[in-house]
Design a protein around this ligand. Structure first.
Ligand SMILES: Cc1ncc(COP(=O)(O)O)c(C=O)c1O
Length: 442
Protein backbone atom coordinates (compact mmCIF):
# COMPACT_ATOMS: atom_id res chain seq x y z
CA UNK A 1 0.00 0.00 0.00
CA UNK A 2 1.46 3.37 -0.92
CA UNK A 3 1.86 5.98 1.74
CA UNK A 4 0.44 9.45 1.49
CA UNK A 5 3.91 10.88 0.91
CA UNK A 6 4.50 8.48 -1.96
CA UNK A 7 1.13 9.42 -3.38
CA UNK A 8 1.91 13.13 -3.09
CA UNK A 9 5.26 12.63 -4.76
CA UNK A 10 3.61 10.72 -7.59
CA UNK A 11 0.94 13.34 -8.10
CA UNK A 12 3.34 16.24 -7.79
CA UNK A 13 1.46 17.56 -4.76
CA UNK A 14 4.29 16.93 -2.37
CA UNK A 15 5.87 20.33 -2.90
CA UNK A 16 2.62 22.10 -2.17
CA UNK A 17 2.04 20.16 1.02
CA UNK A 18 5.62 20.48 2.17
CA UNK A 19 5.62 24.20 1.42
CA UNK A 20 3.59 24.65 4.58
CA UNK A 21 5.84 25.88 7.35
CA UNK A 22 6.80 23.11 9.68
CA UNK A 23 6.39 24.11 13.27
CA UNK A 24 9.08 23.20 15.77
CA UNK A 25 8.14 19.65 16.63
CA UNK A 26 9.22 18.96 20.15
CA UNK A 27 8.01 15.42 20.58
CA UNK A 28 9.66 13.05 22.99
CA UNK A 29 12.54 11.43 21.22
CA UNK A 30 12.48 13.67 18.16
CA UNK A 31 14.82 16.60 17.55
CA UNK A 32 13.39 20.09 17.62
CA UNK A 33 12.70 21.24 14.11
CA UNK A 34 13.37 24.87 13.33
CA UNK A 35 10.18 26.74 12.48
CA UNK A 36 10.19 28.47 9.13
CA UNK A 37 9.24 32.08 9.67
CA UNK A 38 7.08 32.29 6.59
CA UNK A 39 3.32 32.66 6.48
CA UNK A 40 1.35 29.47 5.82
CA UNK A 41 1.37 28.57 2.15
CA UNK A 42 -1.94 28.96 0.39
CA UNK A 43 -1.86 25.34 -0.73
CA UNK A 44 -3.77 23.34 1.83
CA UNK A 45 -2.39 20.26 3.48
CA UNK A 46 -5.17 18.15 2.12
CA UNK A 47 -5.22 14.40 1.81
CA UNK A 48 -5.75 12.97 -1.64
CA UNK A 49 -9.36 13.45 -2.79
CA UNK A 50 -11.58 10.54 -1.89
CA UNK A 51 -8.98 8.99 0.41
CA UNK A 52 -8.87 8.86 4.14
CA UNK A 53 -5.59 10.39 5.25
CA UNK A 54 -3.06 7.88 6.51
CA UNK A 55 -0.87 7.89 9.59
CA UNK A 56 1.93 9.74 7.80
CA UNK A 57 -0.49 12.60 7.11
CA UNK A 58 -1.38 12.78 10.79
CA UNK A 59 2.26 12.67 11.80
CA UNK A 60 2.78 15.62 9.52
CA UNK A 61 -0.12 17.47 11.17
CA UNK A 62 1.09 16.60 14.69
CA UNK A 63 4.54 17.91 13.79
CA UNK A 64 3.01 21.33 13.25
CA UNK A 65 2.38 21.65 16.97
CA UNK A 66 5.17 22.49 19.36
CA UNK A 67 4.46 20.26 22.32
CA UNK A 68 6.29 19.80 25.58
CA UNK A 69 8.24 16.69 26.41
CA UNK A 70 7.51 17.21 30.13
CA UNK A 71 4.27 15.25 29.93
CA UNK A 72 1.99 13.44 27.47
CA UNK A 73 -0.90 15.85 27.21
CA UNK A 74 -4.27 14.09 27.02
CA UNK A 75 -6.09 17.16 28.34
CA UNK A 76 -6.77 18.92 25.06
CA UNK A 77 -10.25 19.75 26.35
CA UNK A 78 -9.26 22.78 28.41
CA UNK A 79 -8.24 24.89 25.45
CA UNK A 80 -6.78 24.28 22.04
CA UNK A 81 -3.08 24.57 21.40
CA UNK A 82 -2.30 26.81 18.44
CA UNK A 83 -0.51 25.04 15.62
CA UNK A 84 2.90 26.57 14.88
CA UNK A 85 1.77 28.53 11.80
CA UNK A 86 -1.10 29.98 13.84
CA UNK A 87 1.18 30.92 16.73
CA UNK A 88 3.56 32.47 14.24
CA UNK A 89 0.73 34.56 12.75
CA UNK A 90 -0.46 35.56 16.23
CA UNK A 91 3.00 36.85 17.04
CA UNK A 92 3.12 38.82 13.81
CA UNK A 93 -0.35 40.30 14.41
CA UNK A 94 0.61 41.14 18.00
CA UNK A 95 3.76 42.95 16.87
CA UNK A 96 1.86 44.86 14.19
CA UNK A 97 -0.99 45.88 16.52
CA UNK A 98 1.50 46.94 19.16
CA UNK A 99 3.58 48.90 16.64
CA UNK A 100 0.64 50.71 15.09
CA UNK A 101 -1.18 51.09 18.42
CA UNK A 102 -4.39 53.16 18.37
CA UNK A 103 -3.75 54.23 14.78
CA UNK A 104 -4.42 50.63 13.74
CA UNK A 105 -7.18 50.08 16.30
CA UNK A 106 -9.08 53.22 15.37
CA UNK A 107 -8.66 53.23 11.62
CA UNK A 108 -8.45 49.59 10.51
CA UNK A 109 -9.46 47.08 13.17
CA UNK A 110 -13.24 47.35 12.76
CA UNK A 111 -12.99 46.53 9.08
CA UNK A 112 -10.66 43.60 9.77
CA UNK A 113 -12.93 42.30 12.54
CA UNK A 114 -15.95 42.62 10.27
CA UNK A 115 -14.20 40.46 7.66
CA UNK A 116 -13.47 37.85 10.33
CA UNK A 117 -17.09 37.95 11.44
CA UNK A 118 -18.21 37.40 7.84
CA UNK A 119 -15.89 34.44 7.47
CA UNK A 120 -17.04 32.87 10.73
CA UNK A 121 -20.70 33.44 9.83
CA UNK A 122 -20.19 31.90 6.38
CA UNK A 123 -18.56 28.85 7.95
CA UNK A 124 -21.50 28.52 10.33
CA UNK A 125 -23.93 29.21 7.48
CA UNK A 126 -25.63 32.03 9.36
CA UNK A 127 -25.92 35.78 8.71
CA UNK A 128 -23.02 37.96 9.93
CA UNK A 129 -25.58 39.98 11.91
CA UNK A 130 -26.39 36.88 13.93
CA UNK A 131 -22.84 36.56 15.29
CA UNK A 132 -20.95 38.63 17.86
CA UNK A 133 -17.47 37.86 19.19
CA UNK A 134 -16.95 37.41 22.91
CA UNK A 135 -13.81 36.70 24.91
CA UNK A 136 -14.87 33.12 25.55
CA UNK A 137 -17.97 30.94 25.58
CA UNK A 138 -18.71 31.84 29.20
CA UNK A 139 -19.12 35.50 28.35
CA UNK A 140 -21.43 34.71 25.42
CA UNK A 141 -23.56 32.26 27.40
CA UNK A 142 -23.75 34.41 30.52
CA UNK A 143 -25.03 37.27 28.37
CA UNK A 144 -27.63 35.06 26.68
CA UNK A 145 -28.86 33.62 29.97
CA UNK A 146 -28.57 36.75 32.10
CA UNK A 147 -30.23 39.02 29.55
CA UNK A 148 -33.07 36.63 28.64
CA UNK A 149 -36.22 38.68 29.30
CA UNK A 150 -39.13 36.29 28.70
CA UNK A 151 -39.05 34.50 32.02
CA UNK A 152 -42.02 35.27 34.26
CA UNK A 153 -42.49 34.78 37.99
CA UNK A 154 -43.48 31.18 38.73
CA UNK A 155 -42.12 29.78 35.45
CA UNK A 156 -39.25 27.30 35.33
CA UNK A 157 -35.73 27.20 33.93
CA UNK A 158 -34.18 23.79 33.33
CA UNK A 159 -30.73 22.28 32.94
CA UNK A 160 -29.04 18.88 33.33
CA UNK A 161 -26.36 17.53 35.66
CA UNK A 162 -23.88 17.39 32.79
CA UNK A 163 -24.23 21.08 31.90
CA UNK A 164 -21.32 23.37 32.66
CA UNK A 165 -21.28 24.65 36.27
CA UNK A 166 -20.97 28.36 35.43
CA UNK A 167 -23.99 28.10 33.11
CA UNK A 168 -25.99 26.27 35.77
CA UNK A 169 -25.13 29.12 38.13
CA UNK A 170 -26.21 31.72 35.58
CA UNK A 171 -29.54 29.87 35.16
CA UNK A 172 -29.96 29.81 38.97
CA UNK A 173 -29.25 33.54 39.17
CA UNK A 174 -31.72 34.33 36.39
CA UNK A 175 -34.40 32.25 38.12
CA UNK A 176 -33.73 33.95 41.46
CA UNK A 177 -34.02 37.43 39.90
CA UNK A 178 -37.29 36.52 38.19
CA UNK A 179 -38.73 34.55 41.11
CA UNK A 180 -38.82 31.50 38.88
CA UNK A 181 -38.22 27.83 39.67
CA UNK A 182 -35.18 25.74 38.75
CA UNK A 183 -35.65 22.17 37.51
CA UNK A 184 -32.77 19.80 36.87
CA UNK A 185 -32.57 16.46 35.14
CA UNK A 186 -30.04 13.67 35.19
CA UNK A 187 -28.66 12.38 31.90
CA UNK A 188 -28.47 8.53 31.96
CA UNK A 189 -24.95 7.21 32.62
CA UNK A 190 -23.73 5.91 30.33
CA UNK A 191 -26.31 7.08 27.83
CA UNK A 192 -27.32 4.20 25.59
CA UNK A 193 -28.84 6.10 22.69
CA UNK A 194 -29.92 9.53 21.50
CA UNK A 195 -33.51 8.40 22.03
CA UNK A 196 -32.86 7.66 25.68
CA UNK A 197 -31.46 11.17 26.21
CA UNK A 198 -34.39 12.78 24.40
CA UNK A 199 -36.78 10.72 26.54
CA UNK A 200 -35.12 12.05 29.69
CA UNK A 201 -35.84 15.61 28.52
CA UNK A 202 -39.43 14.71 27.52
CA UNK A 203 -40.02 13.31 30.99
CA UNK A 204 -38.56 16.41 32.61
CA UNK A 205 -40.75 18.68 30.47
CA UNK A 206 -43.81 16.63 31.50
CA UNK A 207 -42.82 16.95 35.15
CA UNK A 208 -42.29 20.72 34.81
CA UNK A 209 -44.97 22.02 32.46
CA UNK A 210 -44.17 25.68 33.21
CA UNK A 211 -40.65 25.40 31.79
CA UNK A 212 -39.84 28.52 29.77
CA UNK A 213 -36.07 28.31 29.21
CA UNK A 214 -33.80 25.31 28.70
CA UNK A 215 -30.01 25.17 28.73
CA UNK A 216 -28.68 22.28 26.68
CA UNK A 217 -25.05 21.44 26.04
CA UNK A 218 -23.85 20.06 22.74
CA UNK A 219 -20.60 18.40 23.90
CA UNK A 220 -20.49 18.44 27.67
CA UNK A 221 -17.24 19.02 29.53
CA UNK A 222 -17.60 16.12 31.97
CA UNK A 223 -18.08 12.99 29.92
CA UNK A 224 -17.85 14.45 26.41
CA UNK A 225 -21.28 13.07 25.55
CA UNK A 226 -22.68 14.69 22.40
CA UNK A 227 -26.27 15.57 23.16
CA UNK A 228 -28.87 15.26 20.37
CA UNK A 229 -29.52 19.00 20.49
CA UNK A 230 -31.73 19.22 17.41
CA UNK A 231 -34.15 16.60 18.73
CA UNK A 232 -34.21 18.10 22.22
CA UNK A 233 -34.83 21.58 20.83
CA UNK A 234 -37.65 20.36 18.58
CA UNK A 235 -39.34 18.84 21.61
CA UNK A 236 -38.79 21.99 23.67
CA UNK A 237 -40.01 24.41 21.04
CA UNK A 238 -43.18 22.38 20.51
CA UNK A 239 -43.90 23.20 24.15
CA UNK A 240 -43.03 26.88 23.84
CA UNK A 241 -39.66 26.48 25.59
CA UNK A 242 -36.77 28.66 24.43
CA UNK A 243 -33.39 26.93 24.19
CA UNK A 244 -29.86 28.20 24.80
CA UNK A 245 -27.23 25.85 23.40
CA UNK A 246 -23.85 25.63 25.08
CA UNK A 247 -21.60 24.70 22.16
CA UNK A 248 -18.38 25.76 23.91
CA UNK A 249 -16.84 22.37 23.36
CA UNK A 250 -18.15 21.31 20.00
CA UNK A 251 -17.39 23.69 17.15
CA UNK A 252 -14.36 22.28 15.33
CA UNK A 253 -14.54 19.10 17.39
CA UNK A 254 -17.59 17.23 16.08
CA UNK A 255 -19.98 17.76 13.15
CA UNK A 256 -21.56 21.13 13.78
CA UNK A 257 -24.74 22.59 12.33
CA UNK A 258 -26.23 25.70 13.92
CA UNK A 259 -29.39 25.46 11.81
CA UNK A 260 -29.72 21.81 12.85
CA UNK A 261 -29.75 22.87 16.51
CA UNK A 262 -33.02 24.65 15.78
CA UNK A 263 -32.31 27.00 18.69
CA UNK A 264 -32.29 30.80 18.75
CA UNK A 265 -29.25 31.06 21.02
CA UNK A 266 -25.81 29.45 20.89
CA UNK A 267 -22.56 30.16 22.72
CA UNK A 268 -19.32 28.96 21.10
CA UNK A 269 -15.57 29.01 21.48
CA UNK A 270 -12.84 29.61 18.97
CA UNK A 271 -10.02 29.00 21.44
CA UNK A 272 -10.83 25.36 22.04
CA UNK A 273 -11.24 23.20 18.95
CA UNK A 274 -10.69 25.96 16.39
CA UNK A 275 -7.18 26.51 17.76
CA UNK A 276 -7.39 30.32 17.80
CA UNK A 277 -5.41 32.16 20.49
CA UNK A 278 -6.93 32.26 23.95
CA UNK A 279 -9.55 34.93 24.40
CA UNK A 280 -12.16 34.48 21.70
CA UNK A 281 -15.62 32.97 21.61
CA UNK A 282 -18.82 33.80 19.77
CA UNK A 283 -22.47 34.35 20.44
CA UNK A 284 -25.18 33.41 17.94
CA UNK A 285 -28.63 34.92 18.16
CA UNK A 286 -31.09 34.02 15.44
CA UNK A 287 -32.60 37.28 14.16
CA UNK A 288 -36.07 36.17 15.30
CA UNK A 289 -34.81 35.62 18.84
CA UNK A 290 -33.09 38.98 19.34
CA UNK A 291 -36.01 40.67 21.12
CA UNK A 292 -35.94 38.16 23.99
CA UNK A 293 -32.37 39.13 24.90
CA UNK A 294 -31.97 42.52 26.58
CA UNK A 295 -29.17 44.86 25.63
CA UNK A 296 -26.04 44.47 27.75
CA UNK A 297 -25.79 46.63 30.85
CA UNK A 298 -27.91 49.47 29.49
CA UNK A 299 -26.05 49.55 26.18
CA UNK A 300 -27.59 52.22 23.95
CA UNK A 301 -26.80 50.44 20.67
CA UNK A 302 -29.53 49.49 18.20
CA UNK A 303 -32.20 47.13 19.50
CA UNK A 304 -32.00 45.42 16.11
CA UNK A 305 -28.26 44.73 16.26
CA UNK A 306 -26.63 41.79 18.05
CA UNK A 307 -23.68 43.99 19.05
CA UNK A 308 -25.83 45.75 21.66
CA UNK A 309 -26.22 42.36 23.44
CA UNK A 310 -22.52 41.96 24.20
CA UNK A 311 -20.28 44.79 25.29
CA UNK A 312 -16.79 43.51 25.93
CA UNK A 313 -14.80 46.74 25.89
CA UNK A 314 -11.25 46.59 24.57
CA UNK A 315 -10.20 43.10 23.56
CA UNK A 316 -7.05 41.59 22.14
CA UNK A 317 -7.10 42.80 18.53
CA UNK A 318 -4.41 40.30 17.52
CA UNK A 319 -6.54 37.41 18.79
CA UNK A 320 -9.42 38.40 16.52
CA UNK A 321 -7.08 38.78 13.55
CA UNK A 322 -5.56 35.36 14.16
CA UNK A 323 -8.95 33.67 13.79
CA UNK A 324 -8.30 33.80 10.03
CA UNK A 325 -5.05 31.90 10.43
CA UNK A 326 -6.62 29.37 12.78
CA UNK A 327 -9.41 28.72 10.29
CA UNK A 328 -6.86 28.42 7.47
CA UNK A 329 -5.06 25.74 9.43
CA UNK A 330 -8.20 23.84 10.43
CA UNK A 331 -9.52 23.96 6.88
CA UNK A 332 -6.20 22.74 5.52
CA UNK A 333 -6.56 19.66 7.71
CA UNK A 334 -10.26 19.37 6.84
CA UNK A 335 -13.02 19.26 9.43
CA UNK A 336 -14.31 15.82 8.45
CA UNK A 337 -10.76 14.45 8.61
CA UNK A 338 -10.25 16.02 12.00
CA UNK A 339 -13.48 14.65 13.47
CA UNK A 340 -12.53 11.18 12.27
CA UNK A 341 -8.98 11.51 13.59
CA UNK A 342 -9.78 12.61 17.13
CA UNK A 343 -12.52 9.99 17.32
CA UNK A 344 -10.00 7.38 16.14
CA UNK A 345 -7.50 8.43 18.82
CA UNK A 346 -10.28 8.18 21.38
CA UNK A 347 -11.28 4.71 20.16
CA UNK A 348 -7.69 3.49 20.46
CA UNK A 349 -7.75 3.73 24.26
CA UNK A 350 -11.45 3.19 24.90
CA UNK A 351 -11.57 -0.08 22.97
CA UNK A 352 -8.84 -1.49 25.21
CA UNK A 353 -10.15 0.05 28.42
CA UNK A 354 -13.56 -1.54 27.88
CA UNK A 355 -11.92 -4.95 28.22
CA UNK A 356 -10.35 -4.10 31.60
CA UNK A 357 -12.01 -5.32 34.74
CA UNK A 358 -12.77 -2.41 37.05
CA UNK A 359 -12.60 0.41 34.50
CA UNK A 360 -15.97 2.05 33.84
CA UNK A 361 -16.29 4.02 30.61
CA UNK A 362 -18.91 6.74 30.95
CA UNK A 363 -19.23 7.79 27.32
CA UNK A 364 -20.94 5.65 24.66
CA UNK A 365 -19.33 4.52 21.39
CA UNK A 366 -22.26 5.56 19.17
CA UNK A 367 -20.57 7.90 16.63
CA UNK A 368 -23.41 10.40 17.03
CA UNK A 369 -22.82 10.62 20.76
CA UNK A 370 -19.06 10.97 21.10
CA UNK A 371 -16.07 12.88 19.72
CA UNK A 372 -12.55 13.07 21.14
CA UNK A 373 -13.58 13.25 24.78
CA UNK A 374 -14.34 10.23 26.93
CA UNK A 375 -14.36 9.87 30.70
CA UNK A 376 -13.76 6.90 32.93
CA UNK A 377 -13.61 6.01 36.59
CA UNK A 378 -12.21 3.05 38.41
CA UNK A 379 -15.24 1.08 39.49
CA UNK A 380 -16.79 2.54 42.63
CA UNK A 381 -14.29 5.41 42.88
CA UNK A 382 -16.81 8.23 42.72
CA UNK A 383 -15.36 10.85 45.05
CA UNK A 384 -13.49 13.96 43.96
CA UNK A 385 -10.59 13.06 46.19
CA UNK A 386 -10.16 9.61 44.63
CA UNK A 387 -10.28 10.95 41.11
CA UNK A 388 -7.93 13.86 41.78
CA UNK A 389 -5.50 11.39 43.36
CA UNK A 390 -5.69 9.19 40.27
CA UNK A 391 -4.99 12.17 38.03
CA UNK A 392 -1.89 12.86 40.15
CA UNK A 393 -0.81 9.23 39.87
CA UNK A 394 -1.26 9.26 36.09
CA UNK A 395 0.88 12.38 35.87
CA UNK A 396 3.57 11.55 38.40
CA UNK A 397 4.00 7.82 37.81
CA UNK A 398 3.02 7.43 34.15
CA UNK A 399 3.73 10.87 32.68
CA UNK A 400 0.18 11.36 31.38
CA UNK A 401 -1.84 14.53 31.92
CA UNK A 402 -5.64 14.27 32.34
CA UNK A 403 -8.21 16.06 34.49
CA UNK A 404 -10.77 15.03 37.12
CA UNK A 405 -14.35 16.17 36.55
CA UNK A 406 -17.08 16.66 39.09
CA UNK A 407 -20.79 17.48 39.24
CA UNK A 408 -22.04 14.29 37.58
CA UNK A 409 -25.00 12.62 39.31
CA UNK A 410 -23.22 9.24 39.09
CA UNK A 411 -20.00 10.52 40.68
CA UNK A 412 -16.69 12.09 39.71
CA UNK A 413 -14.50 10.79 36.91
CA UNK A 414 -11.41 11.42 34.81
CA UNK A 415 -11.66 13.04 31.41
CA UNK A 416 -9.32 12.09 28.57
CA UNK A 417 -9.10 14.36 25.52
CA UNK A 418 -6.66 13.60 22.70
CA UNK A 419 -6.06 16.28 20.09
CA UNK A 420 -4.33 16.66 16.72
CA UNK A 421 -0.89 16.81 18.35
CA UNK A 422 -1.34 13.34 19.84
CA UNK A 423 -0.24 10.20 18.05
CA UNK A 424 -1.25 6.56 18.70
CA UNK A 425 1.72 5.88 21.04
CA UNK A 426 0.29 8.50 23.42
CA UNK A 427 -2.90 6.45 23.71
CA UNK A 428 -0.96 3.19 23.98
CA UNK A 429 0.82 4.73 26.93
CA UNK A 430 -2.52 5.47 28.56
CA UNK A 431 -3.75 1.94 27.91
CA UNK A 432 -0.67 0.49 29.61
CA UNK A 433 -1.16 2.80 32.60
CA UNK A 434 -4.84 1.89 32.94
CA UNK A 435 -4.06 -1.82 32.72
CA UNK A 436 -1.58 -1.38 35.52
CA UNK A 437 -3.92 0.71 37.67
CA UNK A 438 -6.88 -1.64 37.13
CA UNK A 439 -4.70 -4.61 38.16
CA UNK A 440 -3.54 -2.80 41.29
CA UNK A 441 -7.06 -1.66 42.20
CA UNK A 442 -7.48 -4.50 44.63
C1 LIG B 1 -19.52 22.81 28.03
C2 LIG B 1 -18.74 24.05 28.34
N1 LIG B 1 -19.37 25.21 28.45
C3 LIG B 1 -18.72 26.36 28.70
C4 LIG B 1 -17.37 26.38 28.88
C5 LIG B 1 -16.67 27.66 29.15
O1 LIG B 1 -15.76 27.96 28.13
P1 LIG B 1 -14.73 29.13 28.36
O2 LIG B 1 -13.95 28.78 29.58
O3 LIG B 1 -13.92 29.20 27.15
O4 LIG B 1 -15.54 30.35 28.60
C6 LIG B 1 -16.66 25.19 28.81
C7 LIG B 1 -15.21 25.15 29.05
O5 LIG B 1 -14.59 24.15 29.15
C8 LIG B 1 -17.36 23.99 28.52
O6 LIG B 1 -16.74 22.83 28.43
Amino acid sequence: MSTRRQFLRRTGLATAALALPLGPASRPGSPLRTPLRTPPAAAPLLPAPGRAPGEDFWEDVAARYETTDRITNLEGGYWGMMAAPVLDAFQRHTARVNRENSFYARTQFNRDAEAVRERVAALLDVAPGEIAFSRNATEALQALIGQYNRLETGETVMYADLDYPAMQHAMNALAARRRAEVATLVIPEPAESAGQIVDAYAEAFDAHPRTRLLLVTHANNKTGLIHPVGDITALARARGIDVIVDAAHSWGHVPFDVAGFGADYVGMNLHKWMGAPLGIGAMYIRAAGLAAIDRAHGDTGSLDAIDSRLHTGTTNFATTLTVNDALDFQQSVGFENKYARVRHLRDLWVREARTMDGVDILTPDDPDLVGAITSFRLHGRTSGEENRALVRTLAEEYGIFTVARTGIAGGDCIRVTPALYNLPPDLEKLVAALRDLAAKRG
